[in-house]
Design a protein around this ligand. Structure first.
Ligand code: 6PG
Length: 239
């Protein structure tokens, strides 16, 4: 992992303002060049500040939503109206207030009988948008848990070895909440993205942040360190 573009902030609010402004200008540049942008977002608490800011009418107007395609980095295997569902949280915090057309929303459907089936269905969804193989996202927004996981790639998990599939199902984590089976994008997808924002807030995560930033790929202790993408930008809030 190469550590560069690290931006540190005193509060999640300041961090979200900076991340939103960088995200908006990156989106506009990409849309100008390619006619559209595809973004994969994470769940958990990390992106909430950014989502809330995005939901403000003045900020909503920053993006031409008909040209934005939204995907999910990972999902908890719970019904889509459950409070733990990442898609529901994104809908409640910003999607419902945006003008994003329904066909541009590519959520992970959890209405299948198993996480494995949901993962297979999402692989098909990605294949019909990107074509076969590992998809190349224009932008991926990641968080990090206090155990150093990112997406739903948890410490010591088999999922960290995945080389060919873009999306897999994983068992409930032992080191993080909520302890639910998940569907997650894999490291090859994160590594291939044109741009990755890593958004981390919380005093309880600072020891992991310090370790990761000072060690990079030396002495791998946390899943986040396995990311090999030259275009990372870090948004870190101490609180
Ligand atoms: C999830 C997430 C996950 C998240 C990290 C950080 O569904 O849990 O997508 O990858 O980004 O766990 O979570 P917090 O921001 O809640 O600490």
């Amino acid at each position: 992992m190469k550590v560069n573009n690290v931006m540190k902030f005193e509060s999640p609010a300041e961090m979200s303002v900076a991340a939103l402004s960088a995200m908006a200008s990156y989106c506009l540049t990409t849309i100008r060049a390619k006619g559209r942008i595809n973004i994969a977002v994470s769940g958990g608490s990390s992106p909430l500040g950014l989502f809330a800011l995005l939901a403000k009418p003045a900020n909503m107007a920053l993006l031409p939503w008909s040209k934005v395609h939204l995907f999910w980095v990972d999902e908890r295997f719970v019904p889509m109206d459950d409070e733990d569902n990442n898609f529901k949280v994104a809908c409640d915090t910003f999607i419902r207030r945006s003008r994003i057309p329904e066909e541009n929303i590519h959520c992970i459907n959890t209405a299948y009988s198993s996480p494995a089936q949901a993962a297979m269905a999402y692989r098909s969804e990605l294949e019909s948008y990107f074509g076969p193989g590992i998809p190349c996202f224009d932008l991926i927004l990641l968080g990090m848990g206090a155990d150093g996981h990112t997406a739903s790639l948890f410490p010591m998990a088999k999922s960290l070895q995945e080389k060919t599939l873009p999306v897999i199902d994983v068992p409930p984590p032992v080191s993080s909440e909520p302890k639910l089976p998940r569907i997650t994008m894999t490291l090859p997808v994160i590594n291939k993205a044109a741009k990755v924002f890593i958004i981390i807030a919380g005093a309880e995560k600072q020891h992991v942040v310090d370790f990761v930033l000072s060690h990079g790929s030396r002495e791998i202790k946390y899943p986040l360190q396995l990311i090999e993408n030259e275009n990372l930008s870090w948004y870190i809030s101490r609180q």
